[in-house]
Design a protein around this ligand. Structure first.
Ligand SMILES: Cc1cc2nc3c(=O)[nH]c(=O)nc-3n(C[C@H](O)[C@H](O)[C@H](O)COP(=O)(O)O)c2cc1C
Length: 220
């Protein structure tokens, strides 16, 4: 498979949430997805449980149905106090601009959701809400590194991804569309995957950089 040959540092700093620069009309070779998944299952898991499951959705009718579900969730999300737009209120100008750009980009993805050629749904056995405290954190954290590895491997192969969770507002409905036994399996995210238009992506601006959010030795 052709890879971009990015350095590890370039890969880690330029793997963005790609929404507007997606080639909806270019098919994605299933072998590319399989290759990225091989990297996903190299990730760590608590107790070496390896309890990850991945559902790859390419079927047009199912993607259309997921698009309809996602758009309904988007309508609700747009008005929420945790939305990207709401987080712009009262923020410094640069941060507010960034938040509004995220909102515009996310609205574009919502409009075109059904056109995304591959949707990857990372799943876990059981219902995530059933485990208290450490159990839920460890179980959930068992799928997050693997999914991020998938996204990094995808970027290296010219594919753009975006971690989305909005369809989970209607998770049970999505489970029906995908024949997932809802009471036995939790969906954790929906990763959109498509070839990107161009492969040049830049590091993001993070307010204050890592120093602004890092403490050493004690909280105070
Ligand atoms: C847990 C999680 C949930 C997210 N949910 C969505 C989503 O439902 N829709 C969406 O368009 N982006 C979603 N995102 C992507 C974020 O908006 C994105 O990571 C953020 O704006 C920073 O952009 P960047 O990833 O390009 O740096 C999600 C990201 C994470 C980690």
């Amino acid at each position: 498979m052709t890879t971009l040959g990015l350095s590890a540092d370039e890969l880690l700093s330029t793997t963005r949430s790609v929404r507007k620069r997606l080639d909806f009309d270019r098919p994605v070779d299933p072998a590319l997805i399989e290759e990225c998944l091989e990297f996903a299952v190299q990730a760590p898991t608590g107790s070496n449980s390896q309890s990850w499951q991945f559902l790859v959705v390419t079927d047009e009718d199912r993607r259309q149905a997921l698009g309809d579900i996602y758009r309904r969730g988007w309508e609700a999300y747009s008005g929420m106090s945790a939305s990207a737009a709401a987080l712009a209120v009262g923020a410094a100008e640069d941060r507010a601009d960034q938040q509004m750009r995220v909102m515009g980009s996310a609205a574009y993805l919502a409009e075109n959701f059904h056109r995304v050629p591959v949707m990857l749904i990372p799943c876990l056995p059981g219902r995530v809400e059933q485990w208290p405290g450490m159990g839920s954190v460890s179980t959930l954290a068992g799928i997050i590194p693997s999914t991020w590895s998938f996204m990094l491997a995808a970027r290296e192969r010219g594919l753009g991804t975006c971690w989305t969770t909005i369809h989970l507002m209607f998770e049970e409905e999505a489970a029906e569309v995908l024949a997932i036994p809802y009471s036995e399996v939790s969906q954790v995210a929906l990763i959109t995957v498509a070839h990107t238009l161009g492969t040049d992506f830049r590091p993001a601006t993070r307010a204050g950089g890592a120093a602004a959010v890092t403490r050493w030795n004690a909280w105070d």
